[in-house]
Design a protein around this ligand. Structure first.
Ligand code: DON
Length: 303
């Protein structure tokens, strides 16, 4: 398959669609990003790289980080993880509070903000130097040392993160946050403020496509752990649009409000798109369109 030609075709065709969607203003620092940025990067299981557009420009990975933090927590806690966070789609928005009260402080899954905050709490408990150790893990899986937090984005989210603060305090009231709420929020805002290029993110997600082994050949998770996390991304990775993403694209993946989407086809490839305009569910409009075109043209979907 000529992947370079296909992603070029997808890139051109997707750009010709009406450019709808909005750049969110909930994190003021992110509202400054040029909405017309657009990049795609594909990494095959053999390690070949194909990129186009702004695929080598760093962007804020935001909730895409939740796939990486749950992978790290699951790697050392195993099935224990699911005592404090579920594995079911929520059917609610990523930052919703309503379900938590009915369900007694156990978030439906690790990708909605409530679930990601519980995972952040697990990492704060288990890691010696939580923020540094998270960066070390991401540098290992991406095979790149130049990955860091954007401290302005982390601060900007802290300044405006009232809803996440409400969620963390609510979780604490149910006894599902062990550490100090401020510490957990600080860790969470930093994980969301990690910056990567499409290529770096495609390399970071490689182990999900390669039975737990990174692009440099390090076994970071077991094959069965990766199977479970891919299933979770498939069913919950796009919040209340997970069904739609599965229907249109047919790959497990994870989105972020920075406009990134990382998706993968086990044993074949990882693919990352970046376009900052979001739809009303908080997922990248152009990114979803591009991935739909890609799997429709190539037939490379798990279904
Ligand atoms: O916590 C938040 O609301 C943001 N830092 C991340 C949300 C996000 O990326 C949702 N994804 N599409």
């Amino acid at each position: 398959m000529n992947y370079q030609k296909i992603i070029e075709e997808v890139f051109e065709e997707a750009k010709s669609f009406p450019q709808i969607g909005y750049v969110p203003d909930t994190i003021p620092e992110l509202a400054k990003i040029d909405p017309n940025k657009f990049g795609i990067h594909l990494t095959t299981i053999k390690g070949q790289d194909y990129g186009i557009g702004d695929s080598n420009e760093k962007f804020s990975i935001q909730s895409v980080s939740k796939a990486l933090t749950v992978a790290l927590a699951f790697s050392f806690l195993g099935e224990e993880t699911w005592k404090r966070v579920g594995v079911e789609p929520s059917g609610t928005a990523f930052n919703s509070l309503v379900q938590l009260e009915f369900e007694k402080g156990i978030p439906r899954n690790p990708f909605i903000n409530a679930g990601a905050l519980v995972i952040a709490d697990m990492l704060v408990t288990h890691l010696e130097n939580p923020k540094e150790d998270l960066l070390a893990f991401i540098r290992t899986i991406s095979g790149t040392q130049s990955i860091d937090f954007n401290l302005k984005v982390a601060q900007s989210e802290k300044d405006t993160g009232f809803r996440n603060a409400a969620l963390a305090n609510f979780l604490k009231s149910f006894g599902n946050i062990e550490n100090d709420v401020e510490t957990v929020l600080d860790f969470y805002f930093h994980q969301c403020a990690i910056e990567m290029t499409c290529k770096e993110l495609a390399h970071s997600f490689y182990f999900f496509a390669n039975e737990g082994k990174t692009i440099d050949g390090k076994q970071v998770l077991s094959k069965s752990h990766v199977k479970r996390l891919n299933a979770l991304m498939q069913t919950c990775g796009f919040y209340d649009e997970s069904g739609e993403f599965t229907y249109k694209v047919g790959l497990p993946g994870k989105s972020g409000v920075g406009g990134g989407i990382a998706a993968l086809f086990p044993k074949h490839f990882t693919i990352v798109t970046w376009s900052p305009r979001l739809n009303e569910k908080g997922n990248s409009e152009l990114g979803m369109n591009a991935l739909e075109l890609f799997t429709t043209k190539t037939g490379m979907s798990i279904f």
